[in-house]
Design a protein around this ligand. Structure first.
Ligand SMILES: [Zn+2]
Length: 105
């Protein structure tokens, strides 16, 4: 788990790092969902930037940041696809973004 990294990046992106009771899911159809105590949103969980779906949000955001251009340029978008090499590359990219943001603080 890279929760601290994912929380830091999520909040830097201006999004809510959801606060919810993991023990109290609301069962809807086949999904377990939660209500966030902070934004009151109906959520499935927090960002995990090693997943393809959440990673897309980070990648799109990072491409818009001028100070991330050198990091973005080091990675090939196609390398983020898939479950094996893709996970490693997504993880490495999130680490690079996290390091950059921490250094700027
Ligand atoms: Zn929230």
């Amino acid at each position: 788990m890279k929760e601290e990294r994912d929380r830091f990046i999520t909040e830097y992106m201006g999004q809510c790092w959801h606060d919810y009771d993991i023990d109290k899911p609301i069962n809807t159809y086949s999904l377990e969902a939660y209500i966030c105590k902070k934004c009151k949103g109906f959520i499935l969980g927090n960002n995990d930037f090693t997943t393809e779906e959440d990673f897309q949000r980070l990648w799109i955001w990072a491409k818009e940041q001028k100070n991330m251009a050198d990091i973005v340029a080091k990675f090939d978008e196609a390398s983020f696809k898939g479950s094996e090499a893709g996970i490693n590359n997504r993880d490495m990219f999130a680490d690079a973004v996290y390091t950059r943001l921490k250094d700027r603080k």
